[in-house]
Design a protein around this ligand. Structure first.
Ligand code: GDP
Ligand code: MG
Length: 876
């Protein structure tokens, strides 16, 4: 058992027999042929010799070996005529304590591995040296190396930077700790040539071990050819990076055992299949049982799926753990930071919560720091003025005269702004005229406009919205240019306009002020060139500048969701240059700029300062006035966007909490609320009066019920806005909110309640006021269908051909018929059909035939609302 022939040894080691014989001779061991048997002693002698010849320590068996984590060594590999020096980097620190020959071997193996892998790098000789090592590794693997967690982590860290080989070495080391002693027996015997090579760097024990390893490897090889082959494949992957290295049969990292780890090493998904080393399993080796501990960065919000991915575990596993902690979550559900940190700890990883404010600032500041030299840029102009004074006409005239002339045939498209070239330079007009757009943007902190052109009809003079426009411009500190329009009209009186404007502190230049007045006609085009010149002059005075280099920064002027193209956003670039392919972060959304178009729908590759472009590729629809900024990478963009989305959700939630009836009592107790504002809409005046009366009477010393507004008919957008402004709860009595109102209600998180019994309203408000709002049976609207056609069927009466707009229409549920959002009938369904078949339910987007029981007055345009009564549990 302890003996091995020279040939066998050579084979094990992967060295030519002659080389081995030569080395044996040098070591003073007489061998005459490859069939000679080497004893253990002889092997030791060979080892010692090799060690010496490489300047190594002669002492055969040190008791301790310490490998440092980052050790750069040189490995001379010499086999036959080939000599190569290999740089080896060992990035582990391990101390091996020699306990027995077997252990030694194991250590040697480990070390050998470490070195061998590096050897992959150099082209040739490695081949020979390597085999031994690999063998060793293989064994190590078998032994079921116990990897301690920290080691693994270290290894992981390494992986990132190291070349594949190195990482492999890192991995191996864990395996080394005392492999099974059993196979060891034979090792001691015969040194191989290769050991010599390795020894240069290896300590004596290592060498001995290496030998042992080789021997084992031999055996192993036979057994596990298949495994090795697989492993080789892996290696090849690694090697391929460095050079088309020779394939060593022996070299197999045993880290295959640890799939995750391998994944980390390889760092890409595809390899998984290869990694999953069946070999280890086949041979009954136990997997390293210690878990891989990861540092998991945890943003303020992370979905279950993302977190699982960060920990490299299956989503289901994470969900299971969450369930154990009493958190029910789906894979796409966002977790708050606290929960994510807890569950990460629970799973034995190290959570690293990150502050996303910092990330956002970081992203923005990097972008800012890259701004280049500021150069003159075109002005951005907004046209404001009273309704019908000619804003649209003026914009159209300028665009058509200045632009269409040059771009003959170009079809202008509305992208929120357009750019014209004049003799005096370019000018960008925002073509969403009016104060609303201007103010809405300013309210969001976006100061896009450089110059306001105030348009005043010469035949009409200063009107309320003219004054408003002046105020807006002054508030924004934006200079004005007055365009006195409709000068072509006989009744035009420009002097009157001047007079009236001067009363509002808009003083013309000729009167010693600083405001340019230009007489124009948007109809004839008179004065338009002068107006453009005046704008350019004003722009010069303003010395508008921006850097055209560096990542783009701008503002969303408009955005919409296009059915075919997805989110479409118009961006006014304010500095830098926006290019196709850039990662754009806009408000709560982000995305790679897939396409850019100008106002003629032409594809453009880039847009510099003051240029408006329409951008495709965002993940969602941003708001007008949102800042748009190009960030270096998508991951950062996503992080910031998610962070902002979470902030927005929280803000909305906070708003919602404020105005909920349920929270009334709580707020009262906290001394916040002394009145309960209500907005009441009902189907008939009688109900309005009855409700107002009954509810106002509920007022107590502590709390006053105040009806902010009441009226007959559907709940409109105006109602909703009023409720939002006064924090009122909306009560719809037999009426519904229309589409626009629902949007406002949704946005502001208003509390909207529908009732059909006065007693219910009074009861609930009373309960809320006394904090007794008990579990409530609430009627929840589950579906809405619109009547498109009405058929008269002899036996059934009226059948309504409907389109289901929302939710689901269920035959068994109660319904209401709405006309103009007012309830006109309540009852149940007689029939529900899809084509000719009776069905139980029909979902949104489908057509169906509905017969309402005992009701035949249904009309086209009516809506059928399907509801069910559910119990709403109160959290209070
Ligand atoms: P806006 O409400 O400010 O956008 O005003 P519009 O551009 O819609 O113009 C209102 C009306 O005034 C339209 O009927 C235009 O044809 C007319 N109009 C606009 N500018 C002129 C102009 O310079 N001369 C004359 N005669 N009519 C004009
Ligand atoms: Mg208009």
């Amino acid at each position: 058992m302890a003996s091995i022939t020279v040939k066998e040894l050579a084979q094990t080691v992967g060295t030519p027999v002659e080389t081995l014989m030569q080395q044996l001779k040098e070591a003073g061991i007489e061998v005459s042929s490859g069939d000679d048997v080497l004893t253990n002693e002889q092997k030791q002698t060979l080892l010692a010799h090799l060690r010496k010849s490489h300047g190594g320590d002669a002492e055969a068996t040190p008791r301790r070996i310490t490998l440092k984590r980052k050790e750069k060594t040189t490995l001379k590999v010499g086999i036959g005529s080939k000599k190569t020096t290999v740089n080896v980097e060992v990035r582990k620190k391990r101390t091996f304590v020699k306990r027995s020959a077997a252990e030694l071997k194991a250590q040697a193996e480990a070390e050998a591995e470490a070195k061998v892998q590096p050897s992959d790098l150099p082209a040739n000789e490695t081949t020979e040296a390597a085999p031994e090592v690999t063998a060793a590794q293989a064994q190590g693997g078998e032994s079921g190396s116990a990897t301690s967690a920290p080691e693994v982590m270290a290894a992981e860290e390494n992986t990132a930077t190291q070349m594949p080989t190195e990482s492999a070495s890192g991995t191996e080391s864990p395996a080394t700790p005392q492999p099974q002693a059993a196979p060891a027996a034979s090792d001691a015997d015969k040194p191989a040539d290769e050991p010599a090579d390795n020894e240069t760097e290896l300590s004596p024990e290592e060498i001995a071990a290496a030998e042992a390893a080789r021997l084992k490897a031999e055996k192993a090889r036979k057994d596990k050819k298949k495994e090795k082959e697989k492993e080789k494949e892996k290696k090849k992957e690694h090697e391929s990076k460095k050079h088309a290295g020779k394939k060593r049969k022996a070299k197999k990292p045993h880290w295959d055992d640890d799939e995750e780890f391998v994944e980390e090493l390889i760092n890409k998904p595809k390899k998984k299949s290869k990694k999953a080393a069946p070999s280890a399993l086949q041979h009954g080796f136990s997997k390293p049982s210690a878990p891989v501990i990861r540092e998991v960065t945890i943003p303020e919000s992370i979905t279950v799926g993302e977190l699982a991915q960060k920990m490299a575990i299956k989503g289901a596993e994470l969900i299971k753990q969450l369930m154990k902690m009493g958190v029910m979550a789906t894979i796409n559900q966002p977790l708050d930071q606290e929960t994510a940190v807890l569950v990460t700890e629970e799973l034995g990883h190290i959570p690293k919560p990150v502050n996303q404010d910092a990330i956002e600032e970081d992203v923005l500041s990097t972008v800012e720091s890259q701004e280049g030299e500021a150069l003159p840029r075109p002005p951005v102009v907004t046209i404001m003025g009273h309704v019908d004074h000619g804003k649209t006409s003026l914009l159209d005239y300028i665009r058509n005269s200045q632009v269409a002339a040059k771009e003959a045939g170009g079809i202008t498209q509305h992208i929120g702004a357009y750019h014209v070239k004049t003799e005096h330079g370019g000018i960008t007009f925002l073509d969403t005229p009016g104060h609303a757009a201007f103010t809405a943007m300013r309210a969001r902190g976006a100061n896009v406009t450089d110059i306001v052109v105030l348009i005043v009809a010469a035949d009409d003079g200063v009107m309320p919205q003219t004054i408003e426009a002046i105020q807006h411009a002054k508030a924004a500190n934006v200079p004005l240019i007055v365009a006195v329009n409709k000068i072509d009209k006989p009744e035009a009186d420009p002097d009157r306009v001047k007079n009236e404007l001067s009363q509002h502190d808009v003083i013309p230049e000729e009167w010693g002020g600083d405001v340019q007045f230009v007489h124009v006609s948007a109809k004839t085009g008179q004065g338009i060139p002068e107006l453009l010149e005046a704008i350019s002059l004003q722009a010069e005075l303003l010395e508008l500048k921006a850097s055209a280099s560096g990542p783009a920064k701008g503002t969303i002027i408009e955005a919409r969701l296009d059915k075919g193209q997805g989110p479409v956003a118009s961006v006014l670039v304010q500095s830098g240059t926006l290019r196709k392919g850039d990662i754009l972060l806009a408000g709560l959304h982000f995305g790679r700029v897939r396409a850019m178009k100008d106002e003629y729908g032409r594809a453009v590759k880039e847009a510099g300062p003051s240029m408006p472009v329409e951008v495709l590729g965002l993940s969602g629809v941003p708001d007008a006035g949102d800042e748009a900024i190009v960030v270096p990478d998508e991951r950062k963009a996503r992080e910031v966007a998610q962070f902002r989305q979470q902030k927005a959700r929280e803000a909305k939630l906070a708003r919602q909490q404020k105005a909920k009836l349920e929270n009334m009592f709580k707020s009262m107790e906290e001394g916040e609320v002394h009145e309960l504002p209500l907005l009441i809409k009902a189907d008939v005046q009688g109900s309005v009066e009855a409700l107002t009366d009954a509810l106002t009477k509920l007022s107590t010393d502590e709390i006053r019920v105040r009806v902010v507004s009441s009226g007959v008919g559907a709940i409109t957008e105006t109602d909703a806005n009023l409720a939002a402004a006064s924090n009122a709860i909306i009560i719809g009595f037999n009426v519904r909110a229309d589409g626009a109102a629902r949007k406002v209600i949704e946005n502001h998180g208003l509390d909207l309640r529908y009732y059909s019994v006065i007693y219910d309203v009074v009861d609930e408000v009373k309960a809320a006021m006394t904090g007794m709002l008990a579990p409530e049976f609430k009627q929840e609207i589950i579906g809405l269908a619109e009547v498109r056609q009405v058929f008269r069927v002899p036996k059934l009466g009226a059948v309504a051909g409907c389109m289901v707009l929302e939710g689901v229409v269920r035959r068994s549920n109660p319904i209401r018929v709405l006309r103009d959002n007012v309830v006109i009938f309540e009852g149940e369904l007689d029939s529900l059909r899809r084509f000719k078949d009776d069905v139980n339910e029909v979902r949104a987007g489908m057509e169906c035939g509905i017969g309402v029981k005992n009701y035949n007055d249904i009309k086209v345009g009516d809506q059928i609302e399907v509801f069910e009564t559910v119990e709403v549990k109160r959290s209070l």
